[in-house]
Each structure stands twice: as structure tokens, then as C-alpha cells.
Design a protein around this ligand. Structure first.
Ligand code: TRP
Length: 331
């Protein structure tokens, strides 16, 4: 039987280039080799998004984005986390097998504490229990569907390790191999996508390139990429340039060599470098952009896709949770 890959997408903002190259594109590749499960982690987003209208919008945007880039809801299981309530029951069950120390040691939590300390606030200021217990819910996401492989960014590896450890504790306690032990899969080629200023592309740095801008605003945004003060005549080092680092991610080897030559030859100003990048990007985004706009104008279709995914996901989750309930003695 094909191995199963599962990945969650947190709807916390407008989809940007970093989401596509770092998450959407590699996730969609998986469907070639694995039985693929994709879900919108809306209850994970609730740890930070506290406006109903915003959360609803982000869920719609990200659903449309995945479909626009070619996710096939027939060939995969594509659902919204909150549509599968069994996950939350499992989350509680797993929390009773999770040492509290795991959560204390979670990098994401420790980062928040460190930031609070730096700001001379209380250690736990602005940290809600959802944020603290986040890795348990994430374990439930993964273990509910017995995923073998979980493609994630490097910052999420520790969470997958928690899921493995929690699964092992549960299996050992009941003397049965109820849960598969998931493996993290980190794609090195897409480690970090940089933003306009060369830092990681992130909404919190306000350095993103939103994916579905119209051509004019897209070009404007690209013109904001920070470059050095070399004159047009000077030969340029492509590997020391934010524009090239982004452009490169859209090119095959031959195309990349051709663009490198233009940089190295001299006589290319930054305006031209940005224009070349814009043209490549715009070509690749044209069709998805049209499809995205079409999908957003048809919310009934988005709902139908998610309803179909919910049914497929629950066909797995409901009987599996029944087995777990029986094992732990609540039935
Ligand atoms: N925590 C992941 C992120 O921030 C999103 C996520 C939630 C996830 N549940 C998951 C990823 C389960 C993989 C598997 O990107």
C-alpha cells in the first residue's frame, strides 16, 4: 500500500510567495508518490487570529490558493481541521499521555517566553493555553490519520518528534501498535524563502510578495526588493542578490545559467534584474491568479470541496476513534 503523507496549513494571512515556494509547491509534489492528506489547520490559527471575519477570510483564501495551484481534491484528501471533531477528542486523549515537560521544552513556546523576558514582561504574558498545548493538537492531526511522512519546515521537526514520542507512550501503555510513528520530511531545497529585505519572508516582517496581486501592484512590490548601490555597468554577483535568490527558485538549470550570465556580464541595472524576475513570476502566476479569482467568486464551490474532504477524512477518523475509545475504556 502507498505510504501516507499528511501536512497542515495554518490560515493566518494572505498567501504569499514564500507560502507557495516553501509549502504549497512541495506539498502538491507529494501527491505523486504518496497517498496525500492536506488540511487547513483553522483551530491552530485560532491561537493567534481572534477575529471571526479574518479567520473565515484566511480559510477561504488558502483553500482557493491550493486549488488554484492544482490540488486535486479527487486524488487526495483535502479538509478543514474543524470539520473533523474527532481530532479534538483525540487531542484530549493524547494530552493525558503527554509529559508537561515536552511543552515547556517546545521551541515555539520558549521563543515566546524569551521575547517576553527581553521585553521585561511576565514570562507567560500573552501566551494562551492553545499556544502552549499546540504540539498536542498537532500530534492528534498526524496520529489520527496514521501518517507515515509529514513534510514540514525545519522549525516543525520538534513537533513531529513529540508526536512520535506521544504515540510510543500510548502504544506501550495499551500494548498495541495503535499509532504509526510519523517521520518528518524536510525539503532542503526550499529551506527559507527570503523576503524583500533578505530576512525570511514573513507577514510579521512586512516583507512578503503576496501571490495574487494584479500585475501592476505585483511589479511595484518587486521593485521594493532591497539591492546594493552598484551601478548598471558593474558586473554583479547573483549569489549576493535578493532578486536573484528569489528568481532562481522559479527557473530550471538552463534558465538559471542564462540569467547568471546576464548578471555577471555587467551592463544590467537593478531595474532590469527586477523586471526579469517579474516577468518570470508573472508568467507562472497568470493562470493560478485567474483561477484563484474565479474560485473566490464561487464560495459555494469551495464549501462543496471542503465538504467532500470532510466526508473522506471522517470515514477514516470515526471508526479509528471508536477503536481508541474502546481501548482506553470510555466505551
Ligand atoms: N504547525 C504547522 C505550521 O505552523 C501547521 C500544522 C498544524 C501541521 N498541524 C500540522 C503541519 C500537522 C503538519 C502536520 O506550519
Amino acid at each position: 500500500m502507498a505510504q501516507r503523507a499528511l501536512t497542515g496549513i495554518k490560515p493566518t494571512g494572505e498567501p504569499h510567495l514564500g507560502n507557495w515556494l516553501g509549502a504549497i509547491r512541495p506539498a502538491l509534489e507529494l501527491a505523486r508518490k504518496y497517498e496525500a492528506y492536506y488540511f487547513i489547520a483553522d483551530y491552530h490559527a485560532l491561537t493567534t487570529v481572534h477575529t471571526g471575519e479574518a479567520l473565515r477570510k484566511y480559510v477561504r483564501d488558502i483553500t482557493a490558493a491550493y486549488l488554484a495551484f492544482g490540488l486535486d481534491p479527487e486524488a487526495s484528501v483535502f479538509y478543514r481541521q474543524s470539520d473533523v471533531p474527532e481530532i479534538f477528542e483525540l487531542s484530549w486523549i493524547l494530552s493525558c499521555f503527554t509529559p508537561k515537560g515536552f511543552m515547556n521544552r517546545a521551541h515555539a513556546y520558549k521563543d515566546f517566553v524569551a521575547r517576553n523576558q527581553k521585553a521585561e514582561k511576565d514570562d507567560d504574558a500573552d501566551i494562551n493555553m492553545g499556544l502552549f498545548g499546540y504540539p498536542v493538537l498537532m500530534s492528534a492531526d498526524i496520529l489520527m490519520f496514521n501518517a507515515d511522512v509529514v513534510p514540514v519546515g525545519a522549525d516543525q521537526i520538534q513537533h513531529i518528534e513529540f508526536a512520535r514520542d506521544i504515540a510510543e507512550k500510548f502504544n506501550r501503555n495499551y500494548g498495541e501498535s495503535v499509532f504509526h510513528l510519523p517521520e518528518p520530511r524536510v525539503d532542503d531545497s526550499v529551506k527559507t524563502i527570503i523576503g524583500l529585505d533578505g530576512r525570511k519572508m514573513s507577514k510579521s516582517y512586512d516583507n512578503t510578495i503576496p501571490l495574487f496581486l494584479d500585475e501592476k501592484p505585483l511589479q511595484k512590490r518587486i521593485n521594493q526588493i532591497v539591492t546594493n548601490s552598484q551601478t548598471p555597468e558593474e558586473p554583479k554577483n547573483p549569489d549576493d542578490c535578493h532578486v536573484f535568490k528569489l528568481h532562481q527558485l522559479l527557473l530550471n538549470d538552463a534558465e538559471e545559467q542564462a540569467v547568471r550570465k546576464v548578471y555577471l556580464a555587467g551592463g544590467m541595472g537593478w531595474g532590469q534584474a527586477k523586471k526579469m524576475f517579474f516577468e518570470t513570476l508573472n508568467d507562472q502566476l497568470k493562470a493560478p491568479r485567474a483561477e484563484y479569482n474565479r474560485l473566490l467568486a464561487d464560495p459555494g464551490h469551495l464549501d462543496a470541496v471542503l465538504a467532500q474532504g470532510r466526508d473522506k477524512a471522517r470515514a477514516v477518523a470515526v471508526p479509528f476513534l471508536e477503536r481508541i475509545r474502546s481501548l482506553i475504556g470510555v466505551r
